[in-house]
Design a binder for this molecule. Sequence first.
Ligand SMILES: C[S@@+](CC[C@H](N)C(=O)[O-])C[C@H]1O[C@@H](n2cnc3c(N)ncnc32)[C@H](O)[C@@H]1O
Length: 330
Amino acid sequence: MTQPDPPSPASMFENRLRKNLALRLKWAKRKQVSCYRVYERDIPEVPLTVDRYEDRVCVSERSRPNTDAMSDEAHDAWRAAMTQAVCAVMSVEPEAVYWKERERQRGATQYARRDRSDDRFVVTEGGREFFVNLKDYLDTGLFLDHRPLRGHVGETSAGKRFLNLFCYTGAFTVYAATGGASSSTSVDLNPNYLGWARDNLELNRQDISKHRLVQGDVLSFLSSFDRRIEAPYDLVMVDPPTFSNSKRTPNVFDVQRDHLELLGRVFDRLAPKGVVYFSTNFRPFRFETAALMRRCGPVVLEELSTWTVPEDFRDRRIHRAWRLTRKEPA
Ligand SMILES: C[S@@+](CC[C@H](N)C(=O)[O-])C[C@H]1O[C@@H](n2cnc3c(N)ncnc32)[C@H](O)[C@@H]1O
């Protein structure tokens, strides 16, 4: 008796995607979310992540152990089969499926523009609108794993002075501004991203004169603070890269090495009852707690990652996030 052929990776992928999507659709409706993760390397033979951005789909190919040995032709055919599965399950045309190949990136190339199609479109999240670009950069403009923390910032920003460090396309700033922040400052090295942040603020009908966008190195920005002329911040978001060595600054940034200096300078700018959110994707990250207390005084440090990583992410360590506040005197 002959054995039946084992299912192909494409059919296993299609079945899993269908199952995941059915669960996600219910969840997304309940949560009113339209951009979310549908598949995350669930099957080892298909090491892809699939993210829906409303009626378009972003497919990322991270490490490719099973395709490394493939010829270019075989890899093209493999991709075509996976694209077909995505189209069949998610009811989209092949033109709506965007592939991203994520090799190990470090430093400047990570944030560099890869194409110039300006193929951007608007998505809605939490009642706010954002420009997303699935073609021109490695990242899309909206990191889906920070959806819960963005929502929280939006809910707690009324009347606050908000500081967004390493702001990228200003998604946290949009939440704070639309949540009623009295003003904000957003800092990033990359002028393209600051332009994008400005467009996002305007898209959400915010008064740009209340929201300062600063192009520059975060550590230099923080050290140029003058307490006599600038009021301290009530709410600060700090979401640094793991490592960055852009040609736009002589400073190399390394989150493990520099987190103390970074947070120390943030605390210098923080109002007495101010709140800081700090997030990192660097998995082995360790807070130097004792040194932090020496630098900033008594600090309450609470890890929030159980709720800041959203349910649609299988990888529960996609990021880690903490809240830092000054300890109230007893
Ligand atoms: C991980 S992203 C931040 C994501 C953002 N918080 C969000 O949720 O949309 C890192 C950002 O840091 C910026 N960056 C890297 N090194 C920097 C530096 N030394 N000073 C300021 N910005 C920097 C990059 O241009 C990039 O936009």
